[in-house]
Design a protein around this ligand. Structure first.
Ligand code: SF4
Length: 164
C-alpha cells in the first residue's frame, strides 16, 4: 500500500472512507475552492517565516528553535478540524522521535491568531499506533467503508463519489 503520511492521518480522523480513496490513489475533483483559500492563507500569513520542509512521509511548514527546544509548526486555516490537525502534527513528532529527534509541535491558525502546543506523550503515541494499524487494515479492503454524512462532506473533493 501507499506509505502512511501525515495527510492520511489527518483524513483518518475526519473520514475513513476518504482514507480508502486516498490510499487507493483515486483522484478527487480538483476545482475545490477551499483548497485555493487554504493555499492563499498559507502563502501570505507567514511569508517571512515560511519554510516548508519535506522528509520521508512528512511535509511540514516551519522548523524553529525556541529556548532549548526545536519546534515544528503546521499552519492551518481554521481550528474547525483541530483533532485531525493535532494528530497529523503528532504523527510528524512520532516519526521524528523514531529517528531520535525529540521535537515539540505547534499548530498555527493565523486567521484566528491561535497557537496550540503539541507534545508527544504516551497517550498520543498509543492513539497514533492504533490509527496506523487501523489504516493498514482499512486499505486492505476491496471496497471503501460506507459514506457517513458529516459536516466535512460539503467541502470534500470526493463528495460526488458519495452523494451524487
Ligand atoms: S464526501 Fe463525506 S463520506 Fe464521502 S469521502 Fe468525503 S467526507 Fe467522506
Amino acid at each position: 500500500m501507499k506509505k502512511i503520511t501525515g495527510t492520511l492521518i489527518w483524513y483518518y480522523f475526519v473520514c475513513k472512507r476518504e482514507v480508502w480513496f486516498m490510499a487507493h490513489e483515486i483522484t478527487p475533483f480538483q476545482d475545490d475552492p477551499f483548497l485555493e483559500i487554504g493555499r492563499i492563507i498559507h502563502e501570505y500569513s507567514y511569508s517571512r517565516e515560511k519554510k516548508e520542509i519535506e522528509a520521508e512521509s512528512m511535509k511540514f511548514d516551519i522548523v524553529k528553535r525556541k529556548d532549548s527546544d526545536f519546534v515544528i509548526a503546521e499552519i492551518k486555516k481554521s481550528s474547525r478540524f483541530l483533532e485531525p490537525a493535532l494528530m497529523q502534527l503528532a504523527f510528524y513528532l512520532y516519526k521524528l522521535d523514531k529517528q531520535g529527534l525529540k521535537m515539540k509541535g505547534e499548530l498555527l491558525i493565523p486567521k484566528e491568531k491561535k497557537r496550540v502546543k503539541v507534545t508527544l506523550n504516551d497517550e498520543l503515541k498509543r492513539k497514533l499506533e492504533d490509527a496506523i494499524s487501523h489504516i493498514k487494515e482499512l486499505v486492505k479492503s476491496e471496497i471503501p467503508p460506507h459514506p457517513q454524512k458529516i459536516s466535512f462532506c460539503k467541502r470534500c473533493a470526493y463528495n460526488e463519489f458519495c452523494w451524487a
